[in-house]
Write a protein that binds this ligand. Structure first.
Ligand code: CA
Length: 217
């Protein structure tokens, strides 16, 4: 499930976005000020961040500078008529912007477009002979169905979305299980072993010493 953070101090707007994105199948979190936004960004991995510019505590520009090195896509939310804000936001590396008040349909279109640009929104994923349909949640290898549990499937999608990237055990666990990592690695390790076996990916899912795992493609 793709993870989106909304940093917006107008709670009505944040809630509207939250309801719409949750409805569309994204996992969504909200922060109502910049400080809380920074805390969340530090403790979780997001696939996309929607960022209001005028925020209490830490403003959107400052947050963007902090987010940029992580490579997470950002869509700015700006007030009507604030052309300078839009230009500045794009110059600082935002991927797109939305002007308030916006149509909620426009928001989902922008979100989808940015995620697609980052290769994160494909509904069908292919890694050589393995084919994954994220809508029907079906997996095949060389045309034959592979039966995966819910968590094995989510883990597989997460690995594919981050192919060739070393993923830390704690982050990977929290992303797939949606709960804090306690340091107990057996659950994750067991799921990885089963995935390797079911997909014949012993060599493809590499164990990275002291870090976690990497899907090599
Ligand atoms: Ca604001």
């Amino acid at each position: 499930m793709l993870n989106i953070l909304v940093v917006e101090d107008e709670q009505a707007i944040a809630n509207l976005i939250y309801v719409k994105l949750s409805d569309e199948g994204y996992r969504c979190a909200c922060a109502f000020d910049g400080k809380r936004g920074a805390d969340l960004i530090e403790s979780e991995t997001y696939d996309l961040i929607l960022l209001d510019i005028m925020l209490p505590e830490i403003d959107g520009y400052e947050l963007l500078e902090y987010i940029k090195p992580m490579g997470t896509p950002v869509i700015f939310i700006t007030a009507k008529g604030a052309v300078d804000d839009r230009i500045k936001g794009l110059k600082l590396g935002a991927d797109d912007y939305l002007v308030k008040p916006f149509q909620i349909g426009e928001l989902s279109a922008r979100v989808e477009a940015v995620l697609r640009r980052y290769g994160k929104s494909e509904k069908q994923l292919t890694i050589e002979d393995v084919f994954v349909d994220t809508e029907s949640r079906q997996v095949t290898k060389s045309g034959k169905a592979v039966e995966l549990t819910v968590k094995e499937f989510d883990l597989l999608v997460e690995l594919i979305h981050n192919k060739n990237v070393a993923l830390y055990r704690d982050r990977l666990y929290e992303k797939v299980w949606g709960e804090p990592f306690t340091g107990e690695t057996r659950t994750l390790d067991t799921h990885i072993q089963r995935l390797r076996k079911k997909l014949d990916w012993e060599a493809r899912i590499k164990t990275i010493f002291r870090i976690g795992y990497r899907l090599e493609v």
